[in-house]
Write a protein that binds this ligand. Structure first.
Ligand code: NAP
Length: 307
């Protein structure tokens, strides 16, 4: 198949592109800036320049069978740009005859969302549902990129870290390799069903457990202090207002606050039968970040239950 990934340079985009190419698909991508494309991306057939807000060129979609929408502008105040830009891409692709379009949403996409991110993803889900597109909601994606990488770097670099409300809230997780393999499966076999997929491990772990495991694996001796989420939110909102970008944003915290009861279910096992254990997911992702190679299952050690 000919598959176009918008935002090919993203953490998920470049991993997914490589997996799709390994499975024999022709992979195309969009980038904002050609200089950002990694030179080793031999698997990429062609790149097109596209920035949200501009009119999408129809030639990007010539002979494309599937579009995977990955672009998200995380900057504050970009809700309309994200919604209108993604819708414009969708319509242009549809008008030129692209058969399948997949929207990479998030488990933060909820009617009750209080973060700009969650509200944007929810609005786009409504749009894709109406258009009978395919919606994929990954959990927090573990690997060498995105929010998880920033969390690992915080644990590695700070002696003390605050955790909101004791870190009791549940976090759905999936490692990047399982996510990519699952999306490849969806593209290969399930597209005709017009379904929505929640892709994360069916056991939800607490934020505290995840952070403690990161500390354990990276052999750090730092401490976590409990703070009420409301108290933590104030400085994060302030820094966002004055344009200072922190590793954890007020939107990340708002998403955690709304999702902390973990009421969502996973369909990962319907898509991919060989789901690794939680510990395997966490340890593989940290190995990807720290560059330590692990070759066999036996290289992954038992992590004590910490909840
Ligand atoms: N990572 C996770 O844990 C996670 C979990 C659930 C869902 N998702 C979703 O999966 C998708 C990819 O996430 P990620 O973590 O891989 O993101 P990422 O690494 O931060 O990449 C974001 C992508 O969006 C592109 N982009 C941003 N603003 C743009 C604009 N104005 N015009 C055109 N392109 C723009 C970026 O292009 P440049 O490379 O040019 O900057 C980049 O390719 C997002 O939709 C995200 O919401 C991620």
């Amino acid at each position: 198949m000919n598959i176009l990934l918008t935002g090919i340079n993203s953490f998920i985009g470049c991993n997914l592109g490589r997996y799709l190419a390994d499975c024999g698909h022709n992979v195309y991508g969009t980038v904002r800036n050609l200089t950002k494309v990694p030179s080793q991306a031999k698997w990429l057939k062609k790149n097109f320049i596209y920035e949200l807000g501009g009119p999408p060129e129809t030639f990007m979609f010539n002979d494309i069978d599937v579009v995977v929408h990955l672009i998200h502008d995380f900057r504050s105040g970009k809700m309309n740009v994200n919604i209108q830009g993604t819708q414009a891409l969708y319509h242009t692709a549809k008008n030129i005859g692209v058969q399948y379009q997949i929207f990479i949403s998030s488990y933060s996409a909820q009617k009750e969302a209080i973060s700009e991110y969650g509200k944007t993803k929810y609005a786009l889900e409504l749009f894709f549902r109406k258009e009978q597109g395919i919606i994929i909601r990954p959990g927090l994606v573990l690997g060498n990129g995105g929010l998880f990488r920033r969390m690992v770097k915080l644990v590695q670099n700070f002696p003390v870290l605050p955790i909101p409300d004791g870190g009791k809230g549940r976090v759905p997780i999936i490692d990047i390799h399982t996510l990519c393999k699952s999306i490849v499966m969806i593209i290969a076999s399930k597209l005709h069903e017009n379904k929505e997929f929640n892709l994360f491990h069916n056991e939800l772990i607490s934020l505290k457990y995840l952070l403690q495991q990161i500390r354990h694996i990276t052999k750090r001796k730092m401490i976590f202090i409990n703070l009420p989420s409301g108290l933590l939110l104030l400085p994060l909102v302030f820094f966002k207002k004055i344009g200072i970008k922190l590793p954890i944003s007020s939107d990340n915290l708002k998403g955690y606050i709304v999702n902390k009861d973990g009421g969502c279910f996973s369909n990962l096992k319907e898509v991919f039968c060989d789901v690794p254990s939680l510990n395997y997911m966490i340890q593989t992702a940290i190995s990807d970040i720290t560059g330590t190679t692990k070759n066999k299952d036996s290289d992954y050690f038992y992590l004590p239950p910490l909840f």
